[in-house]
Design a protein around this ligand. Structure first.
Ligand code: 13P
Ligand code: 13P
Ligand code: MG
Ligand code: MG
Length: 370
């Protein structure tokens, strides 16, 4: 029987401001999921947070897009929202955009990354959780992990990885997808995914004829676009991803190595600034400096018959101190630009935009240039 790993997440209230999640929200989510486990709906679960996002990590046998699993997540977020409201937490219910659940949580606000797969004898799996950024922030590390031999030595020296992988890339503006083979179509793929606010890697698959089934994903990234759903600013769609590792896939350390460079991502402060993404432990996943800098945590498990052995807090390691130091230097450098691009996002990409109001006020004062 196949196992499904589901990450469903939402910001249902920050403590304080947009920095972190209050422990009472974690507690209520744990209680709700533990009831579902006792009833047999879930095999296992782990509740955690990155910044102000509440993260539900779950295993079950019901496949992707399952109504009962999505409904469980929705009810959990609804209950957590009630607590958030009672404590006056910031932006209580921020990511719950609809009043009622109707079969599937997609389009209702929360982010979802799910994959159903046949478990190998040993199944290492890592959940990556980001705050203060957008789904395209995963393009660079996922590309490096599955397609860059300078990151993943196994692509060169392990015969079971040598054929490469297949990327499923979504055009989130046109709502279309394309499958591209790595390394054969690498340059064309980079032309797309380098434009990370429009083209996002949604899934990674093994190639045909390899060690793993070619129709089962080995990585999946959440791609919900909150501002498109809501038509106005309701919070950045802070993304999550699940990545499987080892035996026929990049080793755990090759997967984590994809995050050793704190690349620039969009979504810092008011969803309107570029800044470096900093890999941190769960304890350090509190977005304080200018509501950031953007963070990523890595929570590792060994999955056995759906049981989640873990979590292992994988960036809680001095091996990432240099990356964090670099991220802080880059954060400081970017901050010195204040309201100037490219720290501030271009007008079209900003989530809060006061420009129309400024232009309205200055109307009549603009004269033709001779
Ligand atoms: P596997 O081929 O078993 O994944 O081992 C590779 C490894 O762990 C090298 O670091
Ligand atoms: P979140 O999307 O994480 O709630 O952050 C919103 C924001 O504007 C932070 O500055
Ligand atoms: Mg928030
Ligand atoms: Mg957030």
């Amino acid at each position: 029987m196949k196992t499904t790993f589901s990450i469903i997440k939402a910001d249902v209230g920050g403590f304080p401001g947009h920095s972190s999640v209050h422990e009472k929200l974690i507690e209520v989510a744990e209680k709700n999921l533990s009831e579902a486990k006792n009833e047999g709906l879930l095999i296992d679960f782990h509740v955690t947070h990155c910044g102000d996002d509440l993260e539900l990590l779950m295993t079950h046998h019901r496949g992707e897009n399952n109504e009962e699993i999505h409904s469980l997540a929705w009810n959990t977020f609804t209950k957590a929202t009630e607590i958030a409201k009672s404590l006056g937490l910031y932006g209580a219910g921020q990511d719950l955009l609809k009043d009622a659940f109707s079969g599937n949580i997609r389009g209702l606000g929360p982010g979802v990354a799910e994959m159903e797969f046949t478990e190998r004898k040993s199944e290492p799996l890592i959940a990556f959780l980001m705050d203060k950024t957008e789904p395209g922030a995963f393009n660079l590390p996922i590309f490096k992990i599955f397609a860059d031999p300078f990151n993943t030595a196994g692509l060169v020296i392990d015969p079971s990885l040598h054929a490469g992988f297949k990327l499923e890339i979504w055009d989130i503006l046109e709502h279309k997808k394309v499958f591209m083979d790595m390394p054969e179509e690498m340059y064309d793929a980079l032309a797309l995914i380098g434009a990370k606010s429009r083209f996002v890697i949604k899934r990674v698959y093994p190639k045909e004829g390899g060690k793993l089934p070619a129709d089962e994903p080995v990585a999946v990234i959440s791609t919900e676009k909150l501002y498109q759903i809501a038509g106005e600013y309701v919070g950045k769609d802070d993304p999550v991803a699940a990545v499987r590792a080892q035996s026929g896939l990049p080793a755990l350390g090759e997967v984590l190595e994809g995050f050793a460079f704190p690349h620039l991502v969009s979504g810092w402060m008011r969803g309107s600034h570029n800044g470096p993404i900093m890999p941190v432990s769960v304890k350090q996943a509190r977005c304080t400096r200018f509501d950031g800098p953007p963070r990523v945590v890595a929570v590792g498990f060994q999955i056995k018959d759906g049981k989640m052995t873990g979590p292992a807090d994988l960036f809680d390691d001095p091996g990432f101190d240099y990356t964090r130091q670099k991220a802080i230097e880059v954060a400081d450098y970017m901050r010195r630009h204040g309201p100037f691009e490219p720290h501030r996002l271009p007008l079209a990409d900003m989530e809060y935009t006061t420009l129309p109001k400024v232009m309205e006020k200055l109307k009549g004062r603009f004269k033709d240039i001779e």
